[in-house]
Design a protein. Sequence first.
Length: 154
Amino acid sequence: MTVTPATIGTALGRTATTEETAQWQMWIDDALMLIDARKTDLEIETELDEIKLDYVVREAVVAHVRRPDNVSQVTVSVQDASTSKSYRTSAGRINILDEWWILLGLTQPTGGAFTIDTIGAVSVHSEVCALYFGALYCSCGADLTNYTYPLWEV
């Protein structure tokens, strides 16, 4: 792990004060804790790619430094008078984005399209049998041989 408050300062283009150094280190530790907790929940035993881990921690902390609170600015002007209000979009804490979880390989396993074998694990049907394409009938003739071998479409 090579992310330090100095690394965060470099990413931000400035040098951290003493107070910021302590704060940034705490946020680095928080990001690592969140990643470790996700890794434990998913029961992943392998080590994470160090470069990707550093990237995610650095980017999460830099994003939090830039927007620590949920605020942004709106200005309303009427003739010579104006008033401003600040608002920012932030979680108000260290947040690991979904794309970063994917980068680290720490996402819940999900099934995708075509992951269900509709014929079964011990099928003797030909690879081009109509059953594989959603038909309700066998076109390879395996049903005529008591499902021991396909007659056609081999």
